[in-house]
Design a protein around this ligand. Sequence first.
Ligand code: ZN
Length: 276
Amino acid sequence: MTYRSTVLLFLLFITSIGSSQNLQELDVLDVFDEKIGEQKIGIFAENKAHCAITVFIDFPKKQNVTISEQLPFTYVVPANTEKQLIMTVTTKKGLKSSFQYGYTFFLGDTKNAAHNDEFVYSLPFEKDTEILLGQGYRGKFSHHNIMALDFNLNKGSNVYAARGGVVAFVKSDSNRGCTNESCRDAANYIIIQHDDGSFGQYVHLKLNGSKVKPGQKVKKGDLIGYSGNTGWSSGPHLHFEVFVPQNNFYMTVPTRFQTGKDTIEYLEEGKAYMAF
Ligand SMILES: [Zn+2]
């Protein structure tokens, strides 16, 4: 029996639309095949991330094979999962079989993630300090298509969790930043998964500017890191966004903040806010 398989990433699907970072390049998910029986090949997944990952698998080419699942196949690989069999391919006896499959993935459980719009976030900086919101939702400078906020924090300023959750990813080894897109992948960041399946992302942190590690639980208001100017950035600031994984993109969403004892509001570009 001979079979041929090739794993290919669905390049067309690979997009970071809706999120400021290219999350598809994170080295967190492996999908691979292994022979598991006389005429059976298993497709396995391994998830090294501290959050679930939804993988989408399809077979653009298949000849004389039976596939155990309906295609395209969607599967949620739980956080920290070693080698899990997710589907099988059976070749037809006596016939020359071949197949080719590809996959793409999104962080989180795309079917069950939904942002709780009622949640009240806290401003991610020092209490009793007034900070200008340099760029708001769909801002003209670099937020054209995303619901993200840029707080004009000085380099080294404390960054606090706007909402609690589990730290999913941390990048803090970059010391590079510049004003053009070539520095996009050089940004340090912390990504925290919330209990509704959405993620909060804190970007442009300084070198070694994370106080937290993947897998760690954090509460709203915990000190998580230090602001900086790494990545694609025109000056020191903290970029904050909340995104919800969808089947083909990361949807960023606006969030309400507590800005005073009795004030809860959506933030506006050009206004200064005091962390309460
Ligand atoms: Zn930004």
